[in-house]
Design a protein around this ligand. Structure first.
Ligand SMILES: [Zn+2]
Length: 167
């Protein structure tokens, strides 16, 4: 982990604490169950898997793709769940491309405490990367990364995913 990433991560932790940790066992299970105390962050849903925006995005368009079933290890995914997550990942990349035209993506699992997984429920992060994001000149110039408000991202993504079916 580079110092830059470590810094981003602790910012994320900080806002998590500031926002008050919701009183549920698992945030992703609560989102799937549409728990009344939880902001519904879902943007797309299949039979067994779902996509939501990250409430504390590292970058504009940061989403999570996850199985609805509470599992913590990639190896516990059923072949059906794996296939569906794969389809949702491909569709998500299309949607993000149409909305944000990023220069690239980081996509990956954080598994286990040491990997910085603050949510135990298995999920894939998909983080669009932009050409003009925080470079040396920006740092010298004192610029900050401008990350879109996740509630706006959510509206855009829901619209873009509308009518999409995993079947
Ligand atoms: Zn869960």
């Amino acid at each position: 982990m580079t110092p830059h990433h470590k810094n981003l991560f602790s910012l994320n932790k900080l806002s998590y604490i500031k926002g008050g940790k919701p009183n549920v066992d698992c945030i992703l299970c609560a989102i799937v169950a549409k728990h009344k105390d939880i902001v519904n962050l879902l943007v797309a849903e299949g039979m067994d898997t779902a996509v939501c925006v990250n409430k504390y995005p590292y970058n504009s368009g940061h989403i999570l793709i996850f199985p609805k079933r509470h599992i913590t290890d990639y190896r516990d995914l059923s072949s059906g769940e794996r296939r569906e997550m794969d389809g949702l990942l491909a569709k998500s990349l299309d949607v993000l491309e149409s909305l944000y035209s990023p220069a690239g993506y980081n996509a990956g699992f954080n598994m286990g405490d040491s990997a910085g997984a603050s949510i135990q429920h298995l999920h894939v992060h998909v983080i669009p990367r932009y050409r003009n994001e925080l470079g040396f000149i920006d740092i010298v110039g004192g610029a900050k990364i401008i990350v879109e408000d996740p509630s706006i991202t959510m509206k855009k993504l829901r619209e873009a995913f509308r009518g999409f079916s995993m079947k």
